[in-house]
Design a protein around this ligand. Structure first.
Ligand code: IVH
Length: 694
């Protein structure tokens, strides 16, 4: 959190607290009622902490309606209001290990014991929901609302597969459970894609486009609060239960037993919940979450720690609306706000102009960000991003940073709307527009920027994978005139390369070795390297299986391509149009003449779910022997590795695993549990990603 200078007098404190209350109320409304938050949670949390600090110092300034005295905002009136029998609470936040230790110390002092068991659960970023069951039947579902009163969304929730309509085993006659409804990231992307596609239709029909959701949380909240339950039913929602609410009858004595019980009744309890003997034991798990969070199919913004013994809950009680027996450890924000200095334009290898953001540098989860993608012109307009705006920037994992949107409340009036340049920034040719795709592009086939990008793409990982041929080398090869198109890469010699500034014999030899090695890459890589429009890895794989040889691409017909399952008319037309261009035919022939001779292996035998993956197993597996597991991998077309290398796709970590996991961590290899491995052999890599309890 940025440090804010504390007000020096009570008068200043009053002014600032009033200001903060109105800022917070404004954002509460956006967040809780309109599902359109404008600032990252971390910025909001910063406002709240500042207000709390002032109120702590000057308690006389606390007003009954201060946002610190209540949770959320009053519900909108479109749904029937439900009064929660027991209010839904919030959690205190810890932003560092020190704060967590302080929380633990306070609880220890009250309990006169500092060694108590705790559970850790992911803090899912969705919306809190309360479910009521009577005689084992689901009778009511409500949003949290302001904590006391929520909205009755029972009918909408009925369509969620992860909410049991009737319960199994033994259960109390009447009780309530609480949890988080969320949208898996994969589902979110699919849904936004479907909306974009529908919008194309709408645009053609002259209808207003449907709004896209900014993130899975908003999408979940927006989907739950639909007037028409069938719309909710069409959205990929899921729910995790994390708490037993009010309950008639006796309850288990610990939180972890409660969760086990709820799971036995049929509720979806997060399988990643863990029980720890004491605080130090939670550290490793928190670090694990921080590392793994990107790989999960749902967004989490922290880890919730709860003291396990429910007896202690009664002894500890609450501060305001927050229990003393639980807290949320929040991860460093992956979103920050900064100034958007300028919107510049990049020319891609197909000539498409893509705007990007030049930012005032900002540190986001450890990396300094000064540039971010803005996707396209339409996106800038839709989000109303202007030069000079304060914008929210997000960085998720290794993904390129993105501009989420402007902070409208911080506009000064000095911002500039963006307009696409009329000329290509590289070659000054007048820009054309493709009306179907609304993209601006440079029509000049000899545009240097396009050629450089194409060389870079051709040599990139996943394509020809030529080591040493990155962005800079592509630029200097083109500028020097040594390489005008990708086939000329194979004309390079050590003498030619050594004419480039800074290239000595060793560098030249290394590059030539990389170029030589690329000649034997699999056909799918070569197809991908050609940069044919609409041909991504998946399509390239299908086409490679069909054509068998590189020259085969020159003979395929649209009909034949369309017969391949997974290839539609647009993609087929794009491939054939590419192959019909004389310049491309010439390129393919020259590549072949230069000895580019792709490995002939079929990329996927039928049913080869694990084709292309190399899997290493370490430790003991519970459900099968190592040998059986390895056989299964081979049957499914995967390779079994004996040690972890850069080429390892997954390391399956069983019980009593040795040092392989450490090596894998160093190399950034993905570690999977036995459970995940089982999902992998059931559904391939896709099965692993979509399995989130959804
Ligand atoms: S426990 C008294 N556990 O975080 C304890 N909350 O600020 C109340 N949340 O809106 C909540 N994952 O919806 C708890 N595993 C988890 C959670 C969780 C997400 C949300 C919850 C609430 C907010 C608390």
């Amino acid at each position: 959190m940025p440090e804010v200078a504390a007000p020096e007098t009570q008068y200043e404190a009053r002014l600032r607290s009033e200001e903060l209350r109105s800022i917070i109320n404004y954002h509460n409304r956006l967040y809780y009622q309109l599902d359109t938050p404008e600032v990252p949670d971390a910025v909001y949390d910063g406002f709240m902490s500042e207000l709390r600090a002032i109120e702590r110092q000057y308690p006389e300034l606390i007003t009954p309606d201060s946002p610190t005295q209540r949770t959320g905002a009053a519900p909108l009136t479109t749904f029937e209001t439900v009064e929660h029998r027991v209010p839904l609470l919030s959690l205190s936040n810890c932003f560092s290990e020190d704060e967590l230790a302080a929380w633990h110390r306070r609880a220890s002092e009250r309990l006169e014991n500092d060694s108590f068991a705790l559970t850790t659960e992911p803090k899912i970023d969705g919306l809190a929901i309360s479910l009521v069951y009577e005689r084992g039947r689901f009778v009511q579902g409500a949003t949290r609302g302001d904590g006391r009163n929520g909205e009755n969304v029972t009918e909408n929730l009925r369509s969620l597969g992860t909410i049991p309509k009737s319960l199994a085993g033994t259960f109390p006659p009447q009780f309530e459970v609480r949890g988080e409804v969320y949208m898996p990231k994969s589902g979110f992307e699919r849904m936004n894609l479907a909306i974009s596609e529908e919008n194309l239709e709408r645009e053609r029909a002259g209808r207003k486009p449907l709004p896209l959701y900014a993130n899975p949380r908003n999408a979940a909240a927006g989907s739950v609060r639909q007037k028409d339950p069938s719309v909710t039913a069409s959205r990929p929602l899921a729910m995790f239960i994390y708490q037993l609410g009010w309950c008639e009858g006796t309850r288990p004595e610990s939180h972890h037993e409660t969760l086990e019980w709820l799971r036995a009744m049929g509720f979806n309890v997060n399988p990643e919940t863990r029980l720890h003997a004491n605080l130090p034991e939670t550290h490793e798990r928190i670090a694990w979450w921080e590392r793994e969070r990107e790989r999960l199919d749902y967004d989490i913004d922290g880890v919730v720690l709860k003291i396990d013994a429910t007896r202690d809950w009664d002894r500890l009680g609450y501060v305001g609306r927050e229990p003393r027996w639980a807290t949320a450890f929040k991860f460093p924000p992956q979103q920050r706000t900064t100034k958007l200095r300028q919107i510049a334009v990049n020319v891609g290898r197909t000539g498409v102009l893509t705007p990007f953001a030049v930012l005032e540098p900002v540190v986001i989860s450890g990396a300094t960000i000064s540039m971010a993608t803005l996707h396209n012109e339409g996106d800038i307009r839709r989000k109303d991003i202007r030069e000079g705006d304060t914008v929210i920037v997000q960085r998720a994992g290794e993904v390129i940073p993105q501009v989420v949107g402007p902070v409208l409340s911080l506009r000064t009036g000095g911002e500039h709307e963006f307009a696409m340049p009329e000329e290509c920034p590289s070659c000054r040719t007048a820009v054309s527009r493709d009306p179907a795709e609304a993209a601006a592009y440079c029509p000049n086939p000899a545009c240097p920027a396009q050629a450089i990008r194409m060389i870079e793409h051709f040599a990139s990982r996943g394509a020809m994978d030529i080591e040493g041929l990155g962005e800079r080398m592509a630029y200097s090869l083109f500028q020097s005139g040594l390489v005008r198109d990708v086939a000329e890469i194979y004309d390079l010699t050590a003498e030619k390369l050594m004419t480039l500034p800074g290239i000595k014999e060793k560098g030249a030899d290394n590059l030539l070795r990389g170029i030589e090695a690329s000649k034997g890459r699999p056909l799918v890589n070569v197809l991908l390297a050609l940069g044919i429009r609409h041909v991504g890895w998946e399509t390239a794989r299908l086409v490679a299986d069909h054509i068998g040889t590189l020259e085969g691409i020159l003979q395929v017909t649209e009909e034949a391509l369309q017969e391949i399952e997974g290839i539609g008319p647009v993609v087929a037309a794009s491939i054939v149009a590419w192959a019909e261009r004389t310049q491309n035919q010439d390129l393919v022939r020259r590549l072949v003449a230069h000895g580019v001779n792709p490995a002939q292996e079929r990329t996927m035998a039928r049913g080869g779910l694990l084709e292309g993956l190399t899997i290493v197993i370490t430790g003991r597996l519970d459900t099968m022997s190592r040998n059986d597991a390895e056989d299964r991998i081979r049957e499914l077309g995967g390779k079994v590795g004996s040690s972890v290398t850069r080429g390892t796709s997954y390391l399956v970590v069983g019980a009593d695993a040795g040092s392989k996991a450490e090596k894998a961590e160093k190399l950034g290899t993905r570690l999977v549990t036995e459970d995940e491995f089982l999902r992998l052999i059931e559904g391939g890599a896709g099965g692993l990603e979509s399995a989130s309890g959804a």
